[in-house]
Design a protein around this ligand. Structure first.
Ligand code: PAF
Length: 319
């Protein structure tokens, strides 16, 4: 049952033989059950079940639209969501600073910022919006795929119609590169690529592999143009119905799930590109990222106005 805690009296475990209340929670995530999001979902379910001796049962639904799932959590019709930050800035605007291209140097830098005071302070902004942010997970560094031509430098991207997330920070950057950004829910992307409604899309390797984009895209350029964080979110109405001890159990379980998600991202990063090559993609690895950053200068001026240069620099220079 979606929504606030669904309570059902079930037969007790074989161990106790006693009847106990089982609470079923609905979780939504955006990609296949086998993806890094699926790993986060199943780890969260296992941890909660184990820590609560079977009291909390999480039922996961894959392939959901991120924005709609967050809205559902906000109004309390979905208990848990694992999502990228793609649409999160539409709910908590300050968080969109993490979506700035070339902000994070590498995975270690991104994880340190999100797990440190900057990222943890951001989590505190969510309850006012009806959502509790339990932990930062990971989607990964995003790369561009397309069906038209190899992208070796920014000029090659000009004129391409590229599906982006519904994220103003990303769209500003793509417009600056002369790309026509076409925001749409991820659930529609495979068909849009197949039918040629858009020429390309951009996503991390674990998404490109899990979504079988090699079937509909010829070229992959390892731009790593932006780090895409993920988050484990919970309906505040559901969270508020828990005891303090249970709330801590959810936070601790989410931390374990986020760690498992990052490990899955790292595992797919290590063999995903080879897999995509084998599936027929032409992979452009020699990318001059400085050229992309230079092309984005005017976009950075806009980001500074929106988020404050000092806030951006604090993330960029965090060690
Ligand atoms: O491109 C997106 O919308 C996101 O990266 C995805 C695939 C839904 C995962 O968060």
């Amino acid at each position: 049952m979606a929504g606030a805690l669904a309570l059902a009296l079930t037969a007790g475990s074989a161990l106790t033989g006693a009847a106990r209340a089982e609470t079923t929670l609905q979780l939504g995530h955006p990609t296949a059950a086998t993806s890094h999001y699926g790993v986060a979902a199943s780890t969260l379910a296992d941890e909660l079940s184990r820590r609560s001796n079977g009291k909390f049962k999480v039922v996961s639904t894959p392939n959901g639209a991120e924005r709609e799932m967050i809205e559902s959590a906000q109004i309390g019709t979905l208990d848990l969501v694992v999502t990228s930050t793609g649409p999160v800035g539409n709910f908590v605007p300050e968080v969109a600073v993490v979506d700035i291209p070339f902000l994070f140097k590498d995975y270690d830098h991104a994880r340190a910022v999100l797990d440190g005071p900057i990222g943890q302070d951001m989590l505190k902004l969510f309850p006012d919006k009806g959502i509790v942010a339990l932990a930062w997970g990971e989607n990964g560094f995003r790369h561009i795929t397309n069906s038209k031509r190899p992208i070796n430098d920014p000029a090659d991207a000009k004129g391409l119609k590229v599906r982006t997330m519904e994220n103003q920070v990303h769209m500003t950057a793509f417009r600056q590169l002369g790309v026509l950004p076409t925001p749409m829910a991820f659930t529609e992307v495979f068909t849009a690529l197949q039918q040629g409604t858009v020429d390309g899309q951009e996503n991390p390797i674990p998404v490109i592999t899990a979504s079988k984009f090699a079937q509909v895209q010829k070229y992959l350029t390892l731009t790593g143009h932006v780090y895409s964080p993920a988050m484990i979110l919970m309906a505040r109405s559901t969270f508020d119905g828990l005891t303090a001890e249970e709330q801590q159990m959810f936070r601790d379980s989410a931390a374990v799930a986020a760690k498992a998600m990052r490990e899955k991202v790292a595992a797919v990063e290590s063999n995903g590109v080879d897999e995509l090559r084998k599936a027929g993609m032409e992979v452009i690895t020699d990318v001059d990222r400085t050229k992309f950053q230079q092309a984005l200068e005017p976009a950075y001026a806009e980001y500074s106005k929106r988020f404050g240069k000092e806030n951006i620099d604090r993330i960029r220079n965090y060690t």
